[in-house]
Design a protein around this ligand. Structure first.
Ligand code: AMP
Ligand code: FE
Ligand code: FE
Ligand code: ZN
Length: 283
């Protein structure tokens, strides 16, 4: 079984529509794909409607979270198979999307103030109904001829140490884990040691997350080097967490192929077993 538990569509900052994404998943011979757009379930319906025969879809999302220690550290939480109508979780996803909107405008305003030839309207148009993210701003910078690629936009202007960077108002992570569990879902810490995105949390914070109800760690991820994967595997064993692997595919916004990292069937079965309200769907 080929299982990829983390991918983005145009419902957030990927470039494949949800229908294109599930078709591509089958074309690259995946058996299971999780759709995990940032802070939204907006792509679920289209993905289910377009599901090819033989592909199983895990409906999910990737939540923007913050760990409040001495200084705030941003991190991502994958949420699988939760009830999309759970009122508290619906409200929090909406709040996150609104926070992204305000923050996107602030980043664009800072770029405009320095003379970069983009504007908020074009970024908004590029995002469409999706929660606004830095990749949308990156694409506006590509369209304006400022940079040649979204990657270059991140390297030069959009990275977390840039003067143009503005943090989002994310969800406190222990609360987010409880929110996902209360909605019947299964929370997995996305790319815990993706260091190029900024500071990463300590093992102590991961232990606190486990105590709050975390189910697993995404260990095999394109942004993790070998030593970090080995460390996370040990930590998962110590804390009784399951281990996943996934590509974090974003289409042409990022140079990673669907299925680049994968999850063992036993870990996938544990996730399905822990979900209390929403099963996977098979085409
Ligand atoms: P945001 O959610 O607006 O903070 O933007 C973060 C998103 O930008 C991540 O989910 C990735 O999709 C993307 N990203 C981060 N770093 C890079 C990079 N160096 N090149 C392209 N995309 C990136
Ligand atoms: Fe993304
Ligand atoms: Fe992420
Ligand atoms: Zn992701």
């Amino acid at each position: 079984m080929q299982i990829d538990l983390h991918a983005h569509s145009t419902a957030s900052d990927g470039t494949d529509t949800p229908a294109e994404l599930v078709r591509r998943a089958r074309a690259v011979r995946l058996d299971v794909l999780a759709l995990t757009d940032h802070d939204t379930t907006g792509g679920w319906t289209e993905a289910v409607a377009a599901l090819p025969a033989g592909l199983t879809l895990v409906r999910g999302a990737e939540l923007s979270c913050v760990s409040e220690g001495d200084r705030p550290i941003s991190l991502h939480l994958l949420a699988y198979l939760f009830d999309p109508a759970d009122a508290a979780f619906v409200a929090e996803r909406r709040r996150l999307r609104e926070a992204r909107w305000d923050r996107g405008r602030q980043i664009v305003a800072r770029l405009v103030a320095d003379g970069y030839p983009i504007d908020w309207d074009s970024v908004r148009e590029l995002a469409g109904d999706a929660p606004v993210g830095r990749p949308h701003i990156g694409r506006a910078l590509v369209s304006a001829g400022v940079v040649a690629s979204v990657d270059e936009a991140f390297e030069r202007l959009l990275h977390h140490d840039s003067p143009y960077y503005v943090a989002k108002q994310d969800t406190e992570v222990l609360g987010a884990i409880r929110l996902v569990r209360a909605a019947g879902g299964v929370p997995v810490f996305a790319h815990p040691l993706a260091r190029r995105r900024g500071e990463v949390v300590s093992d102590e914070v991961i232990a606190q997350m486990a105590a709050a109800g975390l189910a697993g760690l995404e260990v095999d991820h394109p942004d993790h080097r070998g030593t970090d994967r080995a460390h996370l595997r040990g930590l998962a064993a110590d804390l009784g967490l399951l281990v996943t692997g996934s590509s974090d595919y974003h289409g042409s916004n990022k140079a990673v192929d669907l299925g680049a990292c994968r999850t063992d069937p036993e870990a996938y079965q544990r996730i399905v077993a822990e979900a209390t309200r929403l099963p996977p769907v098979t085409g």
